[in-house]
Ligand binder design. Structure first.
Ligand code: ZN
Length: 455
């Protein structure tokens, strides 16, 4: 944490930033939770190897919302592999029309559990074939129900705002492990790479009522929600759900929201068992308990929000001839290539850029939150921590859209799953140009107010 002396010096240097002085005043905060577990079998997202609908419920799925401030921001945490921008924007449009909430003041963050339902158009090629009609009907139904549930949970949080106090701190949890195995600087496969970069920080925002009773916690961790693997075909909120449920059980009436950082190239270790999943959840909840019971930095409730989309360039798309050749391959790649050939035959071109959402929320000059779309690799968090004031920065991924992996210059040069292989599942024509890293980082610098930036 930044020392008091340094903080007051910075406040003195930046006289216009007076919100920091208001941190003693209570802030209006609302919380809500809605169960989003389907009561019917449905195809689960994240692993292409599953061939049937889900076989029961191992742990329940929730959508949780936090509404902060008199001019509120609303953060929704969703137990899903990836809520696409089409749904986030639909929820945002409904909240704008009914509650006058501007788009930049809503963040929809997916926990990326790989044991939650598919949504329509999400990761369209992962199963290597279209879903049978009856299974697709369940997916369409759940997509409608989830959209309504996200609107409901956000509206409830907005409606029950009460005076509260905000504070935050950062801890550490160590189960996230870099999963990219390398040889001579090139990707060779998945594994546990103890030498690869990770972000083990655990930022926690605490919301207490004026009497000091816990109302909510927002907890971030940068790791895939993939303890359970493809042979597990039951609905589960994974370690993120166990962490949230355990915190809520210890604090009856409180709501715990889990959000995911730049952990796209990190897997939890160990993996594969329900016991390991619960143990990861417990390590998050224990560290959260330690932090919320200790000294935290108070935050003001007046939050400045910005939201911008930028175009991220893909490398040159494959030619029709290359796609025809690839269309003979089995599984997802063949299905993807056949679909792209059909697209060309209809006279349509292949996608050249991705429209990418970047959002920032600033709590005075005390904390800058950055919400990035997609499966963002750790390099983005580490670079932003270097180029900004790491003690006042919280980077969140899987936010507002999960359109594909967002590789860095380094990961693009190394190649492999997060660069190339995964793009097929998401229906993207090629890997990104290395320039996307600077485009994203420059946009974050432009959106964040000056005190957070070292540039
Ligand atoms: Zn993923």
């Amino acid at each position: 944490m930044r020392s008091l002396i340094t903080a007051s010096l910075i406040t003195a240097c930046l006289g216009s930033l007076t919100q920091a002085a208001d941190t003693d005043a209570p802030t209006l905060v609302g919380v809500a939770v809605v169960d989003i577990t389907p009561d019917y079998p449905i195809r689960l997202n994240g692993y292409g190897g599953r061939k049937t609908e889900s076989e029961g419920v191992s742990s329940r799925l929730k959508a949780r919302a936090l509404a902060i401030g008199e001019s509120p921001v609303v953060l929704v945490s969703v137990d899903n592999c990836g809520v696409p921008v089409r749904i986030s924007d639909e929820v945002a449009a409904r909240l704008k029309s009914k509650s006058s909430l501007p788009r930049e003041r809503l963040a929809v963050c997916s926990t990326h559990t790989h044991c939650a339902p598919c949504l329509s158009n999400g990761i369209p090629f992962i199963f290597g074939a279209p879903l049978p009609n009856d299974q697709q009907a369940h997916v369409e139904r759940y997509t409608r129900e989830l959209t309504d549930a996200l609107e409901k949970v956000a509206a409830e949080a907005l409606a029950n705002r009460k005076p509260s106090r905000l504070a935050w701190a950062r801890g550490k949890v160590a189960f996230a492990t870099n999963r990219r195995m390398l040889k001579d600087g090139k990707w060779t496969g998945f594994g546990a790479n103890p030498n690869g970069p990770v972000d083990h920080s655990l930022p926690v925002l605490r919301i207490n009522d004026p009497d000091g009773k816990l109302r909510a916690v927002l907890v971030g961790y940068a790791c895939h929600c993939t303890t359970l693997t493809g042979e597990f075909n039951q609905i589960s909120a994974e370690w993120a759900g166990y962490a949230a449920d355990e915190i809520e059980q210890k604090h009856p009436g409180a709501v715990a929201l889990m959000i995911i950082g730049c952990g796209a190239d990190a897997d939890p270790q160990p993996r594969r068992t329900l016991e390991a999943t619960q143990a990861h959840g417990k390590s998050i909840s224990q560290e959260t308990e330690r932090l919320i019971g200790g000294t935290m930095t108070p935050l003001p409730g007046a939050i400045a929000a910005k939201y911008q989309t930028i175009e991220l360039p893909f490398a040159m798309p494959p030619t029709r001839e290359q796609l025809v050749e690839r269309s003979q391959k089995p599984g997802a790649e063949g299905y993807f290539a056949r679909t792209m050939v059909e697209r060309l035959d209809r006279g349509e071109s292949l996608q050249r850029t991705l429209t990418y959402p970047i959002q920032t929320w600033s709590f005075g000059d005390a904390l800058g939150m950055v919400f990035l779309g997609g499966e963002v690799v750790v390099d983005y968090a580490l670079r932003l921590q270097r180029e900004c004031d790491a003690d006042r920065l919280w980077v969140v991924a899987y936010s507002n859209d999960v359109p594909c992996y967002i590789a860095s210059k380094r990961v693009i040069a190394e190649g492999g799953y997060e660069t190339d292989g995964s793009m097929i599942y998401y229906g993207r024509p090629n890997h990104f140009e290395p320039a996307v890293e600077d485009l994203i980082v420059d946009t974050v610098h432009n959106l964040l107010p000056t005190p957070f930036n070292k540039r």
